[in-house]
Design a protein around this ligand. Structure first.
Ligand code: PYC
Length: 306
């Protein structure tokens, strides 16, 4: 089932995926990566998919009380959590009549999230605990000088900085991609990581919003070199973690995050048992349903990738 959330596509694999066995989702993700990475490639890469698509493999939940368990993957590997993908998954299951409006628990490899399907069809996701791990980190970026930003966990690792070499608009996507890739390369060479040496694979740059009712506009570079068409759910969560750490946002306050297409995720600060659990609200639309076919004679059965 294909959908898009605020412009960013999600492909939910309903059945036919690899058997990853039982146990914690983090362990099943490792099995996916080590034993069945060809499945990821064949679903995401051309000619069946494209670099922009985020895959969502449904797997049996650990707990009977959960509505679903999911492992997200993309053109370069696997994601911890995915905000737009969770909204897409919930909209997909609702479209299929498998979820009713109300509260649902969804397991991911980095923790359990709570989703709320509104009667309007919108979806809110209460993310895993999020936090800022480093503040005001400086990197020297060739042709751009010193870039200062924070490192934060929003379900994936992000480097977040304010400002850009050009306007945050669709017309400038190539320049913004080149700039954020250069930042990421410098983080890599400088061995600047998330906690426990985790690579920072998402770069989020922010600037003023186009619409007065929003607080910020962003551009997010994803791990495989594509940009997020949506405002990025985990990126908005990481941003909220930084704003809360700076005392600029408080419990209950709303942060309306515009993405590069002008679509919006509404973020809300929630803390549970002393942990920050941002809540992200958005909409997804179903774009297709079908069967993927794998012909052993096809030279590109596992997709086209460098
Ligand atoms: O919405 O969290 C998100 C996301 C991560 C990568 C692409 N979208």
């Amino acid at each position: 089932m294909d959908s898009h959330t605020a412009g960013e596509p999600t492909r939910v694999v309903m059945s036919g995926g690899p058997d990853l066995g039982e146990g914690p989702l983090a362990e099943r993700l490792l099995r996916f990566r080590e034993l069945h990475d060809n499945f990821r490639r064949s679903v995401i890469h051309e000619p069946r998919g494209s670099g922009v698509v985020v895959g969502a493999l449904l797997v049996p939940p650990v707990r009977a009380s959960s509505s679903a368990a999911v492992i997200f993957f993309n053109n370069s590997g696997y994601l911890g959590m995915c905000g737009h993908g969770t909204i897409g998954l919930v909209a997909t299951l609702a479209h299929l009549g498998q979820l009713r409006p109300g509260r649902h628990t969804i397991e991911t490899p980095v923790g359990t999230v709570e989703a709320f399907l509104h009667s309007s069809g919108e979806v809110s996701v209460r993310n895993v605990p999020c936090w800022r791990s480093r503040t005001s980190v400086s990197v020297e970026v060739p042709d751009h000088g010193t870039v200062v930003g924070d490192v934060a966990w929003g379900g994936n690792w992000f480097f977040l900085s304010e400002g850009a070499p050009c306007e945050l608009s669709l017309a400038n996507v190539d320049a913004l991609t080149e700039y954020t890739k250069a930042i990421r390369a410098e983080l890599h060479w400088g061995r600047i990581t998330g906690s426990a040496g985790a690579p920072i694979d998402h770069i989020e740059i922010s600037g003023p919003p186009r619409r007065a009712e929003n607080q910020s506009r962003n551009f997010v570079l994803c791990p495989g070199g594509e940009y997020d068409r949506s405002p990025c759910g985990t990126g908005t969560s990481a941003k909220i973690a930084c704003l809360v750490a700076d005392g600029k946002l408080r419990e209950g306050q709303v942060w309306r995050q515009e993405g590069i297409l002008g679509t919006v995720f509404e973020g809300k600060v929630e803390s549970i048992d002393g942990e920050l659990r941002p809540r992200i609200r958005g909409s997804a639309y179903i774009t297709g349903e079908g069967d993927l076919l794998f012909d052993a004679r096809d030279p590109f059965v596992e997709g086209i990738a460098p």
